[in-house]
Design a protein around this ligand. Structure first.
Ligand SMILES: NC(=O)c1ccc[n+]([C@@H]2O[C@H](COP(=O)([O-])OP(=O)(O)OC[C@H]3O[C@@H](n4cnc5c(N)ncnc54)[C@H](OP(=O)(O)O)[C@@H]3O)[C@@H](O)[C@H]2O)c1
Length: 272
């Protein structure tokens, strides 16, 4: 089998970590981390893993990461944009700075690394881990939903425009059992814990996040799909993973007014 070269961001946890472990058995993997201790863990997995520091909340770190990868690889077969976080709360209360951070991490970082590696990606693939949230029907995590929709829009345009035969595929998982959800409770504690007038809703969001982390699909459902897409000559442009994501896809086709009424009604019923 031909050894391929991958760049994976968000390689230190959940989906990214699982994918890195699988791919590094046979391929070269440039693996993004933002925490030194986790870089050491990555190095211990395989000598095929080249950890690189990148923190999308600190955009100044992105160019050094790009330079590092370019200094070691002249061709990248697949870039898997996985790094992500969730900014949550009622839109009237989330500090705009936090909404900007959501877009830095889930959108602008992925755009910048792609721009930096575009020549190396010629004839290759970009696999973006979007979300069913891209269908935009989840209140109290609207920055997350908007960021995922935005990611899909920018990259769809890139797919049409680019002259280097780079394929772009959006993977939209439903709920997956990873640390993402409990991290989101910690990261959004201010909005979640001191949200005058929205106490009941925020309690529900926190319980739901804990439930997601326990009851979501196994990460293998996502890594299986990514590996399948990676092996295909002509993959589809978008893949949903899980019944919830498929439901969200069809639900999003309804008129907005009906969607909003059903979401409000559903939320009220679930919070009882
Ligand atoms: N879990 C789900 O239910 C689900 C569903 C749909 C889509 N997704 C998407 O799947 C992707 C992976 O999430 P996951 O579920 O595997 O969660 P995860 O276990 O929390 O992994 C997120 C990864 O992104 C990294 N990351 C977070 N903030 C970053 C930043 N500022 N700069 C660079 N890297 C950063 C994390 O680093 P640390 O290890 O240092 O935290 C980690 O490696 C995300 O884009 C998420 O939106 C997840």
């Amino acid at each position: 089998m031909k050894t391929k070269t991958y760049v994976i961001t968000g390689a230190t946890s959940g989906i990214g970590r699982a994918l890195t472990e699988i791919l590094a058995k046979e391929h070269i993997v440039f693996a993004g981390y933002r925490n030194e201790q986790k870089a050491e863990e990555l190095k211990m997995i395989s000598s095929n893993i080249f950890p690189f520091y990148i923190d999308y909340a600190k955009p100044e770190t992105i160019n050094s990461a790009i330079e590092y990868i370019k200094s070691k690889a002249s061709k990248i077969d697949t870039l898997v944009n996985i790094a992500g976080c969730v900014v949550a709360g009622p839109i009237e209360r989330i500090p705009v700075q936090e909404i900007k951070r959501q877009f830095d991490v889930n959108v602008f970082g992925h755009l910048q690394i792609t721009q930096g590696l575009v020549n190396e990606l010629e004839n290759g693939k970009i696999i973006n881990i979007s979300s069913m949230a891209s269908y935009g029907i989840f209140p109290y995590i609207s920055p997350y939903c908007a960021s995922k929709r935005c990611l899909d829009m920018f990259f769809n345009s890139f797919l049409i425009e680019n002259k280097k035969n780079i394929k772009v595929i959006s993977v939209k998982p439903g709920v997956i059992s990873t640390p993402l959800w409990c991290k989101s409770i910690a990261e959004n504690s201010e909005q979640l814990n001191e949200c005058l007038g929205y106490e009941k809703e925020m309690q529900f969001m926190m319980k739901n996040a804990q439930k997601n982390e326990k009851d979501g699909l196994n990460v293998e459902e996502v890594t299986k799909t990514i590996l399948k897409i990676d092996s295909m000559k002509n993959p589809k442009l978008s893949y949903t993973i899980g019944k919830d994501a498929l439901f969200a896809h069809y639900f999003s086709k309804l008129p907005q007014k009906i969607i909003n009424s059903l979401v409000k009604f559903g939320l009220k019923a679930r919070m009882k």
